[in-house]
Write a protein that binds this ligand. Structure first.
Ligand code: BG6
Length: 480
């Protein structure tokens, strides 16, 4: 891939965790791979009272902690990283930033004025920041201006609509990059390749052959130090509306007309429009109580630091959805995600219909177990198809075996999701970003659960969720 045009990459929230752990390391790796122009600039914006020199030092430390090559860290942050301080987020702050950017661009010969502005901010700060950017003229430049917005995009349908309207007052949709970091994962993009580069799957990817689909994103981690954010969010807003829904739409969409952003995003949106209204009886919300993850004893959610007493926030959710299309009508899609579950696992399990007649029953062998395709997104990325073979010799017996592929056995380098996504922002490719219509449709699907949340059930940390959720799994636990 050829080197990109030089640009100024502006990070709002430049001293924050996301900038330090993900964005600066991703930019440095892109620069190390020769994909980011060496003439590019990075500007961190935040409230801290610091200056360019101290900011550079702290950024280099963060990069070293993230395991980035020291020379590459020095090259990007030694000279081309800048700090711009905001005092009260008022118009003067934004005007001063506009003037500073122009001055830096002039000084470093970036007359092209290509700008990417990344909002790595708490969601409450999005509307005012976007408005001020527009008022200060930071929504346009001689080159491109692209706005990257972190999740969560809204907290329900209404707030997502308002935020879309607010952004569209100042930026057009071609300038907006709504991030869902799951789309930056190679294994998630591989869903498209798996389906559309291999003709054998298309003929079985439908209601005639598929009995049910389960999408699981299980985490062993708890809420950690994020209770302040998480308790106001919960698993539906934090994981289902975005990450699991992305997996669902990529899995279920029709063949797009082309491998282009508009075509792919439009097919994903159509899946969301076809989801039948959720019946709250088909949803289980859960919250973890104390338990053990491996050998480690961990506290329950209500005992985590910062969680308000009696919180009813769900740390787990399982649900059944139906997609009313010719392809999927009648096939249950089970979504399930939770914190403090038995282990970290993101996986799509496709259970195929069993053979109509069990031919080997007469030989005393039952082979009713349906074939299953497991697409494992993390960890141990890969896939496996589980089916029956004859065990050699007598008596006549069948055994289920996997035909499998693991990424790490063939490829050593799996780039970080943010590396892929930032490269796409800088190249102007919106395929892996969420369109305004798509984000609203996704909130619309889950709105009934937000308005009328089902009761909270409990599950011990280290389990697979509340027992009530067992009805919403496809029962392939032995394969996990
Ligand atoms: C984030 C959520 O978007 O995704 C976190 O806010 C969650 O709560 C994380 O832990 C999971 O991401 P990954 O890439 O580790 O699966």
């Amino acid at each position: 891939m050829k080197e990109l045009e030089p640009s100024a990459f502006v990070i709002f929230g430049g001293t924050g965790d996301l900038a330090r752990r993900k964005l600066l390391p991703a930019l440095t790796r892109l620069s190390q791979k020769g994909l980011l122009s060496p003439r590019s600039l990075v500007v961190g914006v935040a409230h801290e009272d610091t200056d360019d020199e101290a900011y550079r030092k702290s950024a280099i430390n963060a990069l070293l902690e993230a395991g980035v090559d020291p020379d590459a860290a020095q090259r990007l942050c030694g000279e081309r990283l800048f700090y711009h301080r905001f005092t009260n987020d008022g118009p003067e702050d934004f005007n001063a930033l506009a003037a500073r950017l122009s001055a830096l661009e002039q000084q470093y010969g970036l007359g092209s004025q290509n700008r990417a502005i990344y909002l790595a901010l708490p969601p409450l700060a999005f509307p005012a920041t976007i408005q001020r950017l527009g008022e200060a003229g930071l929504n346009r430049s001689a080159g491109y201006t692209r706005l990257v917005i972190e999740k969560p995009f809204g907290r329900d349908l209404e707030s997502a609509r308002e935020l879309n309207q607010q952004v569209h007052r100042h930026f057009n949709e071609r300038q907006i990059y709504r991030i869902d970091h799951y789309l930056g994962k190679d294994t998630v993009q591989n869903l498209l390749v798996f389906r559309f580069a291999n003709s054998i799957f298309e003929s079985v990817w439908n209601r005639d052959r598929v009995e049910s689909v389960q999408i699981t994103v299980a985490e062993a981690l708890g809420v950690g130090t994020r209770a302040n954010y998480y308790d106001r969010s919960g698993a539906i807003r934090d994981m289902v509306q975005n990450h699991l829904t992305q997996l669902l739409t990529l899995f279920a969409m029709e063949v797009p007309a082309a491998f282009r952003a508009e075509a792919i995003r439009s097919e994903k949106t159509k899946v969301l429009q076809s989801i039948a209204p959720i019946d709250c009886a088909n949803v289980v919300r859960g919250q973890y109580t104390q338990g053990a993850i491996g050998a480690e004893q961990v506290p329950g959610y209500l005992d985590e630091r910062g969680v308000p007493a009696g919180s009813q926030t769900e740390t787990f959710v399982a649900m059944k959805l139906e997609i009313d299309t010719w392809r999927w009508q009648g096939v249950p899609f089970y979504l399930r995600t939770g914190k403090r579950m038995a282990r970290r696992l993101s996986q799509i399990a496709v259970r195929f219909r069993a053979v109509p007649v069990s031919l080997f029953r007469s030989a005393g062998t039952v082979c009713d177990s349906p074939d299953v395709l497991l697409i494992t997104l993390q960890p141990d990325e890969g896939f496996s198809l589980h089916f029956d073979v004859k065990v050699p010799g007598s008596p006549f017996r069948l055994r289920r075996i996997p035909l499998s592929f693991k990424y790490h056995e063939l490829f050593s380098d799996m780039p970080e999701a943010y590396e892929t996504l930032l490269l796409d922002v800088l190249s102007g490719d919106q395929t892996l970003f969420v369109h305004s219509e798509e984000v609203e449709e996704s909130w619309r699907v889950y709105q009934p659960l937000l308005v009328n949340p089902p009761p909270i059930r409990t599950y011990p940390a280290g389990s697979w969720g509340p027992k009530e959720s067992e009805a919403f799994t496809i029962g392939e636990q032995e394969l996990w």
